[in-house]
Design a protein around this ligand. Structure first.
Ligand code: FES
Length: 357
């Protein structure tokens, strides 16, 4: 069962024209529940126009600050992000789930490491937490940030980043890339592309000496950077990334259509959650186990419903399902029969899934 807590908004301000930063007032008796790692996210929930709307937002504060802060960028037509940017105010209450996510590595105070990070737009949110935490907790480590935005004005957390540069002078470097404004250094103009990454990995990045790389942004950018850095010699295990969902590609849509062809109608589904069983028959109008179960009255954890956050993951105990998309589970998890229920199309007449994983 998804557990949410009523939490008050302590402070909210506009970081840029279309991005609000929200600080939550976590009561002391919930400090343990809300303890988090740099790079993790919170799931926020609000009933808006009779709809149970949930969204995951990365924490941008460091766990070392004992502060819970997220940045919410307004997306045109986005139900939750529009509400947060136009209506939400200090003193309001939201339902919030405990922090989760795997976009982090442990800090190692005794070592001296060289970390690098690539972020685009609001992809800076988890990165700010990660950078700050490593720089504080690892006094001998360095961090280089390659940060892509449209214009200088649209750079989220510019001021805070500049402060970090001063605070960690000599250990933290930032390279701003802009797509809609031209500057004197051609390398810093425009999006990341293969050519640019090849130049970066021969100049600003010492591949041999890089211990970890964090990437956050749209899928195409992530995979491009990952592949180019791997080609340049960076070990796959050192590359960590978090996807910001930005729509399916043509190839993915083709895959989804194929998966839906395998769908079995009227599957008899058993959900195990909190040690209890819940049975229902999938209605034809739903194509995935999560939606089918929610419609049948189950209370299950979910956030993005886009195959990104993994909040809805479960283990297939019996029967078969196929996932439409999967941006969250790695090969090992898939081999363990874990699936994202929001993407799991039943392909057998009976399916048993366990959410206690
Ligand atoms: S709800 Fe986010 S992956 Fe399913």
């Amino acid at each position: 069962m998804a557990e949410f807590y009523n939490i008050q908004v302590k402070d909210i301000y506009k970081e840029t024209k279309d991005c609000s930063v929200v600080t939550f007032d976590i009561p002391e008796n919930l400090y343990e529940v809300f303890r988090f790692k740099q790079g993790q996210h919170l799931t926020l929930r609000k009933v808006i126009n009779d709809e149970d709307v949930r969204r995951s937002y990365s924490l941008c504060s460091s766990p070392l600050d004992q502060e819970w802060k997220v940045a919410i960028k307004e997306i045109p037509g986005g139900v939750f992000s529009t509400y947060a940017n136009t209506e939400l105010k200090a003193g309001d209450t939201l339902e919030i789930g405990a922090p989760s996510g795997h976009f982090y590595i442990e800090t190692e105070p005794e070592t001296s490491k060289n970390h690098i990070a690539f972020a685009a737009g609001s992809g800076i949110t988890p990165m700010l937490s990660i950078i700050k935490t490593h720089l504080i907790a690892e006094p001998n480590s360095t961090f280089k940030l390659f940060y892509l935005n449209r214009t200088v004005k649209s750079i989220i957390f510019k001021e805070e980043i500049e402060q970090l540069k001063n605070q960690f002078f000599g250990r933290f470097q930032v390279f701003y890339f802009l797509t809609k404004e031209q500057r004197d250094i051609p390398l810093l103009n425009g999006r990341f592309n293969a050519e640019k990454l090849q130049v970066l990995s021969k100049t600003f990045i010492d591949i041999e000496d890089t211990n970890s790389c964090f990437i956050c942004g749209p899928q195409d950018m992530i995979f491009l950077i990952r592949d180019e850095l791997e080609k340049a010699g960076l070990d796959k295990g050192k590359i960590h990334y978090e996807l910001f969902f930005s729509g399916n590609s043509e190839e993915e849509n083709k895959h989804i259509a194929e998966v839906l062809e395998h769908k079995v109608e009227g599957t008899d589904v058993t959900i195990i959650d909190g040690g209890k069983e819940f049975h229902f028959i999938m209605e034809d109008e739903y194509d995935n186990i999560l939606d089918g179960a929610l419609a049948a009255g189950a209370d299950l954890p979910f956030a993005c419903k886009g195959g990104v956050c993994s909040t809805c993951k479960c283990e297939v105990k019996e029967g078969t399902v196929e996932m439409k998309v999967n941006y969250a589970l790695d090969d090992k998890e898939v081999a363990r029969n874990l699936v994202l229920s929001c993407q799991a199309v039943p392909t057998s007449e009976k399916v048993v899934v366990d959410f206690d994983v």
